[in-house]
Design a protein around this ligand. Structure first.
Ligand SMILES: Cc1cc2nc3c(=O)[nH]c(=O)nc-3n(C[C@H](O)[C@H](O)[C@H](O)COP(=O)(O)OP(=O)(O)OC[C@H]3O[C@@H](n4cnc5c(N)ncnc54)[C@H](O)[C@@H]3O)c2cc1C
Length: 557
């Protein structure tokens, strides 16, 4: 295992030892209370594990012995920390439950296999003994993808893949590498970079998520414009199922019928457990250049990205914040600081140039050889100029890059002060992206206003466009709002429903890269159609006839 799990927060984000730099500044909280229309923010600490009582494990002694015979005694664990850590994922909803001490979905045991044959052994045993199995990578799912639900079974085990974290080999001639699926992002990247290569898959959860989870949830990293999403870089994999091992093959391309590897991307652990994967890798970029541009509004920024995609410009990332996100991060970065004369002059200059409260920041990242970076950046700069943008230089881009994994650490301090923070994402074609954006933002704003705890309170709804394609792009919304402390789960449901209803009604997918899990189930039949769901069910029935794998995820019960 690459790092010690007990050093990670069981009910929050990241390393337990991480220092809360934001919480230390009282000015930030006073400012945020004002933004949210609250007279003050309340202390709402999470309940410590020592205070909580877990239901006794429902695993019989016979089954515990049976599993130990397959993976070894040390690899079947049922202490309080292990069960609590694996009860839920890391969505806002999960955090509300964990912090309140709701451990009703704690698995009855956590099993750590070390080899594919052990995974096969556990699955065959669980199918015979009717035990639910929840495949688990880093547990960073934000859609209820790893909730240890028992379904119709009397016991559930979480199959934690983190002990299967070997980097197996690289074929540098073909540019493909193979690793075990439980390998964490930083460990995989370190091994690849030592050979001069990168996968380039950097989700914001990079530090704590695994190769198997990236494929299982059909993920997209921040640099997906250049490096692709899981479906693009996955070449082939081994899937352990209760019926035996499925190897998908690893051809660069094939016309021998539909490709089996495509079944694995987004399968969310319901068909089997990915034990190894072969991925397409690229030589490390010699140069990278991240810089900012200012647009007069969201629509002109989106149009510039669309034009860049149509012109075939190879950017690593084009990330356009809407006016609310631009304003929020600017104001946040200035809390407690004195306004300098230079800053005031800059504001005046922007005003004269008609960059008003609709102004949006775009961060454009380019990677590759020096000449490639220079050429693509130049082509992009000429497009943004046509859309009236102003160049901001590299400072803003480099600051974004340095802090790219930091934002999730803000969730715990916010939750500690009665502030909710949630994210959701979707994608649609260019022709209805603006309508989708407006409808989703309106749905979120209305639902937040209906559920805030007091009159005059309000939320912040912000969005960025990221991950763009020839035919469309994804939209990623962040909401910050005062928690309705006497019913914060009902509040979350109301907000989530309003947003997802708006997304579906306006032609967006229920998820661009977070997945379906439990949280998007109410909308999945509408998106896939009855026949589509029947196809997925038939595959499941073939690979997992006893339906032990990840009950209640992806397919409605
Ligand atoms: C703060 C934060 C930021 C995030 N940012 C991003 C982002 O930028 N891009 C993005 O794509 N996602 C993001 N996510 C969502 C999440 O991190 C991704 O879905 C990630 O790919 C999950 O990886 P994991 O190893 O944690 O998987 P888990 O959460 O453990 O599992 C995810 C799903 O895959 C299944 N699974 C896991 N391992 C296997 C396996 N070996 N075989 C079969 N099934 C398996 C699980 O059963 C589950 O259904 C973010 C989440 C958080 C909390």
């Amino acid at each position: 295992m690459s790092f010690d799990r007990t050093k990670i927060r069981w009910n929050g984000w990241g390393w337990a030892a991480h220092k809360d730099d934001v919480g230390a500044h009282e000015a930030v909280w006073t400012w945020l209370a004002g933004e949210l229309g609250m007279p003050a923010l309340l202390a709402t600490p999470a309940r410590p594990l020592e205070e909580l009582t877990l239901q006794p494990s429902a695993m019989s002694d016979e089954d515990r012995r049976g599993l130990r015979a397959i993976v070894g005694a040390d690899s079947v664990r049922d202490d309080a920390y292990e069960r609590a850590f694996h009860a839920l994922g890391r969505s806002y909803y999960d955090l509300l439950r964990l912090r309140a001490g709701d451990l009703s979905t704690a698995p009855d045991a956590v099993v750590y296999p070390r080899a594919t044959k052990e995974v096969l052994g556990v699955l065959a045993y669980a199918a015979e003994r009717a035990i639910a199995v929840i495949p688990y990578g880093g547990g960073t799912s934000v859609v209820g993808g790893v909730t240890a639900a028992r379904g119709k079974f009397t016991a559930a085990i979480t199959l934690d893949m983190s002990a299967m974290d070997k980097f197996i080999e690289i074929d540098s001639v073909s540019g493909i590498a193979t690793a075990e699926a439980g390998i964490y992002g930083p460990v995989l990247e370190k091994a690849l970079q030592a050979k001069g290569f990168t996968l380039g898959h950097h989700p914001q959860s990079f530090e704590f998520s695994t190769l198997g989870g990236w494929i299982g949830h059909s993920g997209a990293g921040q640099g997906s414009n250049r490096y692709g999403r899981a479906e693009d870089w996955l070449v082939g994999a081994k899937l352990a199922t209760p019926r035996g091992l499925l190897s998908t093959g690893d051809f660069p391309a094939s016309a021998a019928g539909p490709r089996l590897k495509d079944l694995l991307v987004g399968s969310e652990g319901i068909f089997g457990v990915i034990t190894e994967a072969t991925v397409r890798v690229r030589e490390l970029a010699q140069e990278s250049d991240y810089r900012g541009y200012l647009f007069r509004d969201f629509q002109s920024g989106a149009a510039a990205i669309r034009d860049a995609m149509k012109a075939g410009i190879v950017a690593t990332m084009l990330r356009l914040s809407d006016a609310a996100e631009t304003r929020f991060y600017r104001a946040f970065s200035q809390v407690g600081k004195r306004r300098t004369v230079a800053a005031r002059m800059a504001d005046l200059y922007l005003k004269i140039r008609k960059f008003d409260d609709k102004t949006c920041v775009l961060i454009a990242g380019f990677e590759g050889s020096g000449s490639e970076v220079a050429a693509e950046r130049k082509r992009f700069a000429s497009i943004v100029r046509k859309h009236g943008a102003m160049a901001l230089g590299r400072g803003v881009g480099e600051r974004w890059r340095q802090g790219r994994f930091q934002a999730p650490y803000l969730r715990d301090p916010l939750l500690d002060r009665g502030v909710g923070v949630d994210t959701l994402e979707t994608a649609a074609g260019w022709s209805n992206l603006n309508a989708l954006y407006a409808a989703t933002a309106a749905g979120l704003e209305k639902a937040i206003l209906e559920t805030v705890p007091r009159q005059g309170a309000r939320g912040i709804v912000m969005c960025h466009l990221s991950h763009s394609y020839l035919d469309g792009a994804s939209l990623y919304f962040t909401t910050i709002f005062p928690r309705a402390l006497d019913g914060d789960i009902a509040q979350w449901r109301t907000i989530k429903k309003a947003a997802t209803d708006a997304i579906v009604a306006n032609g967006g997918t229920v998820s661009h890269h977070h997945g379906v899990g439990e949280d998007h189930l109410p909308w999945i039949v509408q998106e896939k159609g009855e026949l589509g769901i029947a196809v997925l069910r038939a595959i499941k029935a073939t690979l997992d006839p006893a339906a032990i794998l990840n009950p209640g995820k992806l397919l409605p019960q």
